[in-house]
Ligand binder design. Structure first.
Ligand SMILES: Nc1nc2c(ncn2[C@@H]2O[C@H](COP(=O)(O)OP(=O)(O)OP(=O)(O)O)[C@@H](O)[C@H]2O)c(=O)[nH]1
Ligand SMILES: [Mg+2]
Length: 356
């Protein structure tokens, strides 16, 4: 797996392009039967099985996975908070503020949280801070993300954008696997044509997830790839089209122009289409990543954030800064490199995993 580069290891040479002439529609191998519940098969409940129980079991599994994925933040940022509150007596609010700031919550927001929490008479300091954090991520009242048709009879369209190396392609692979397991027909568009290896990487994920892939050769027009993928998705009655995009171009203006062109192309094929744009933010880049998200939001308009590599940081506080400063909901979190390491963002579960 040449693209699984762990931090610190030397970058592997990119494989030589092995792509057919443009345009080419590549179909993945037939999918193996989906196994959405491998850890706890349905027969575990025998005659007692029900959709509610299966759902409850899935949520419990995801809660455990989130706790494991947040281990560094739980023992870093979360543990420092718990220790500061656990000393008894009155809270040292300066220390709490400092812990929040170093946990990547952001200076202005940390000051705001502490100001509000210390004024609360109804709650003990720890419960007050927790309530303020929960309020930030729960305010939008959104349930789990579901793909919505871009237009009547059309698939949902999701563009995945972000700076290079944040985990866009990996997230798409994970999301494709997840949606496939939910019974949806997914088509991937390899619209990062900047590097041949990027197309190959997406192809591997498509094969693994058992989804279809539309790819052109390297340096092809990304908007043309999305156009063909959309045609294929409509013709085949797909539920969801996910487009990978380049994280790196010669200039930022080029990158933004390219994304706008993709949007125009979709609108031409499907006038008035509702297109979702997810920004993939690497949690280890903290406030810097947030600044990048703001630039993308201003340029192309984001509808969701996927926060990746939460397993690699002790500063999970960036989630709160995204929701407050960017005003775009976090939809999924990445807690590892495997296909199953993408979890829907559940605000209450996230705060509980940090504190409990
Ligand atoms: N630990 C961890 N690693 C991740 C996660 N998501 C992605 N990665 C790793 O991050 C690296 C970069 O991921 P890619 O998916 O190639 O990132 P990208 O944004 O598509 O990169 P470019 O296409 O080069 O812009 C890979 O080694 C992934 O395995 C995650 O949630 N946790
Ligand atoms: Mg990529």
């Amino acid at each position: 797996m040449p693209f699984f580069r762990r931090p610190g290891s030397a970058p592997k040479p990119e494989p030589a392009p092995v792509l057919a002439p443009e345009p080419v529609l590549v179909e993945a191998e037939p999918a193996p039967p989906a196994q959405p519940e491998p850890a706890q098969p349905a027969y575990a409940w025998g005659v007692d099985w029900s959709a509610e129980k299966a759902d409850a079991a899935r949520r419990e599994r995801e809660r455990e996975q989130l706790e494991a994925g947040l281990e560094k933040s739980r023992t870093g940022f979360g543990a420092r908070l718990r220790t500061a509150f656990g000393r008894g007596g009155t809270a040292d609010w300066d220390e709490i503020e400092e812990i929040l700031i170093t946990g990547d919550v952001g200076a202005a927001l940390s000051i705001d949280i502490v100001e509000k929490a210390r004024k609360r008479r109804d709650l003990e300091p720890e419960a007050a801070v927790r309530a303020e954090l929960e309020a930030i991520v729960s305010g939008r009242g959104a349930g789990p993300w579901l793909p919505q048709p871009a237009a009547p009879g059309a698939p949902a369209i999701l563009l995945v954008v972000g700076v290079n190396g944040t985990g866009k392609t990996t997230t798409i692979g994970k999301l494709a696997a997840r949606e496939k397991a939910e019974g949806r027909r997914v088509i991937l568009a390899a619209a990062d044509t900047f590097r041949a290896a990027a197309i190959e990487q997406l192809r591997i994920w498509a094969d693994r997830a058992g989804t279809e892939l539309v790819a052109h050769k390297q340096d092809a027009d990304p908007a043309a790839v999305v156009f063909d993928a959309l045609d294929a998705a409509i013709a085949r009655g797909a539920d969801l089209l996910i487009a990978d995009t380049a994280g790196r171009l010669h200039t930022k203006a080029n990158l933004m122009d390219e994304l706008s062109k993709i949007r125009r192309m979709i609108d031409k094929r499907l006038p008035g289409a509702i297109v979702e744009t997810f920004f993939v933010l690497d949690a280890t880049t903290g406030q810097n990543g947030l600044a990048q998200a703001k630039a993308f939001h201003a340029a192309v308009g984001l509808t969701g954030v996927v926060l990746t590599k939460l397993d690699s940081t002790a500063k999970g506080g960036i989630v709160f800064a995204i929701e407050r400063d960017l005003g775009v909901p976090v939809r999924f979190v990445g807690v590892g490199e495997r296909a199953e390491d993408l979890l829907p963002f559940d605000p209450q579960a996230f705060v509980a995993a940090l504190f409990d």
